[in-house]
Design a protein around this ligand. Sequence first.
Ligand code: SAH
Ligand code: AVI
Length: 413
Amino acid sequence: MAAVGDARTRRATVREDAAKERDANAVTRAAITRHGGTSALIDPVRVDPTRVDPTPADPTLAGSAQVDAALADSALADSAQVDATLADAVPVDSALTDLPLADPAFRADVLAGLSRRPRAIPARWFYDRRGSELFEDITRLPEYYLTRTERSILSAHAADIASLTGPGRAVVEFGSGSSAKTPLVLSAVAPSAYVPIDISGEFLRDSVAELERQFPKLPIHPIEGDFMHRLVLPAALANQPRLGFFPGSTIGNMNAPAAVDLLRAMWETLGEGSKLLIGIDRIKPVSVLIPAYDDAQGVTAEFNLNLLHRINRELGGTIPVSAFRHVVRWNDTEARIEMHLEATRDVSFSVDGCPFAMSKGKTIHTENSYKYGPRDARLLLRSAGWTPIGEWTDREGLFGLILAEARAVPAAP
Ligand code: SAH
Ligand code: AVI
């Protein structure tokens, strides 16, 4: 009897939670609709019309969501009519206009990501200044084997890499961050120029200042931007051969279609005959992977939770951050580490004037980190027109560093 009673109570609670979420989400949908759907949420001046938005519901670094598509996909689509009365109750106009500094793409991704089911926000939004600093702290953690392993591979094989690339190339680094590994490459390959590309602007400028001190004669052309967009390289590089550098297994933060799209875009940006040096993390026992993303000091948890602080700071959010916890899972089917933020109690909050509710135990999916076997990694590169010409790993085979060449794809036999 008790069990039946419990089950009934649980069902009733679930229904109530769902109703609460529907109410909050109906208001959000109304607010978005009142402002003309997606276009009202994206400042036409600042949004790149060439951007291609990959499939939603995956927190890839690439994924910039389409608000309308996401809403249509989500449970919200069930609340057929937009309730104008509810919409009027929300001070949307002031909320939207009082936040002049918010990146419209960030706002659109967050609103769409919190509206869809499962909830998911693209991982690239981790990297405000604080997020970049926290990532640097992560790279020094004993559990986070990736950075020190890749660095040791680069040091051990710099001469081989240099002999395969040849001197005089412009080095174009995607997601350069602190550029901490870059001196190893620049010192080895005698570059003609260096182009670091990163979305985290302030951090990029600091890193460039440091590199200029180390390489005073090297022309450096930083680009603050999203590497998923079409990028125009500085005119000074017009006739220089190029070497792309994409370390850190940042490619692992994208699902396979987004990764192939990005690698193809790099091929186009860098051009035929270019080389690409890319770091890709390998599949390994879960006993090593989980601690790398759930460290004892809680730095990765802070990195994950900083996304909620950023939403509160930049989008006028009222998210009770202490009601969320960092959760890490290994998804064996997809061969990826997943990071989530789980509500530890029922919560309701607003972002940019739009109300949201989450029941205890529900999560926001914030990052995927795909891991590849050596053959899978090479196939990924080939799928985008990059032919591997060199490959190095560490003694334990934890991490792979691949040098590939942009070749014209030959006709199939
Ligand atoms: N390359 C460094 C940093 C890796 S962290 C290393 O190997 O340690 C990932 C970096 O990519 C961060 O600096 C982040 O700001 C940047 N980044 C993430 N998504 C991006 C995007 N879509 N466009 C440009 N930079 C991006
Ligand atoms: C940047 N990227 C490759 C890191 C990773 O390992 O997926 C980001 C990160 N997330 C948690 N820890 C580190």
